[in-house]
Design a protein around this ligand. Structure first.
Ligand SMILES: N[C@@H](CCC(=O)N[C@@H](CS)C(=O)NCC(=O)O)C(=O)O
Length: 204
């Protein structure tokens, strides 16, 4: 199998960190997002009609896209260490937190970036700067709220590292591209980020 990837793009990084936590190594094929290599007829026809990476291609040619679906596949193939929960309750809680991190954090940053960056103007059509600005505001609210949550527990979804930490750390790192870095205003998030960044998988 192989992973269609880009080392600078945030969604593929989610899959790479997940794989690193599992100790799984697979070959990657690097595609350029800005050069529209996810939009070639061959890619759209045979890899992902949604024109997005990451994509996992299995040895029989089956392709799985969507970061979480790729993670789910590896979680089922290799349950240890568990990153998506074991008990029904853990699974539901991690799912809840991962969705929150994706919808209310990751996508806020993505919209703020894609709707203002000149580098994205040929990919994000139309760009709506007001939508970017609105998402910057929502992002600030989300970071303040999440800081309060992280005063209560070590990891995003509870006592253990999970896919929700991966989504959150990738989103927060991605926010640098819009000039937003964590600071002392969110000390609990800073503590959490420092611990996540110390894990070997962070460099994946
Ligand atoms: N929901 C998808 C989103 C994937 C996505 O947006 N990937 C970006 C790279 S971070 C991409 O391929 N963009 C290509 C483009 O905009 O043309 C997932 O979770 O995998």
């Amino acid at each position: 199998m192989k992973l269609f990837d880009n080392t600078r793009a945030p969604n593929p990084r989610r899959a790479r960190i997940f794989l690193a936590e599992k100790g799984i190594e697979i070959p990657t094929v690097q595609l350029s997002v800005v050069d529209k290599e996810c939009q070639t007829p061959e890619f759209v026809e045979t890899k992902n009609a949604m024109q997005r990476i990451p994509v996992l291609e299995l040895d029989d040619g089956t392709c799985i896209s969507e970061s979480v679906a790729i993670c789910r596949y590896f979680e089922a193939l290799q349950p240890d260490p568990p990153l998506m929960g074991r008990s029904p309750l853990e699974q539901a809680q991690i799912e809840m937190w991962n969705r929150r991190m994706e919808l209310d954090l990751f996508w806020r940053v993505t919209y703020a970036f894609r709707h203002t960056s000149p580098a994205m103007s040929h990919l994000q059509i139309p760009q709506v700067p007001e939508w970017a600005e609105a998402n910057r505001g929502y992002l600030e609210e989300e970071l303040a709220w999440l800081d309060g949550e992280m005063a209560k527990r070590p990891f995003i979804a509870g006592e253990n590292f999970s896919i929700a930490d991966i989504t959150a750390v990738v989103a927060i790192d991605f926010a640098r591209i819009i000039g937003r870095r964590l600071d002392e205003a969110t000390p609990n998030l800073l503590r959490w980020h420092g611990e996540i960044a110390a894990r070997p998988s962070y460099k994946a």
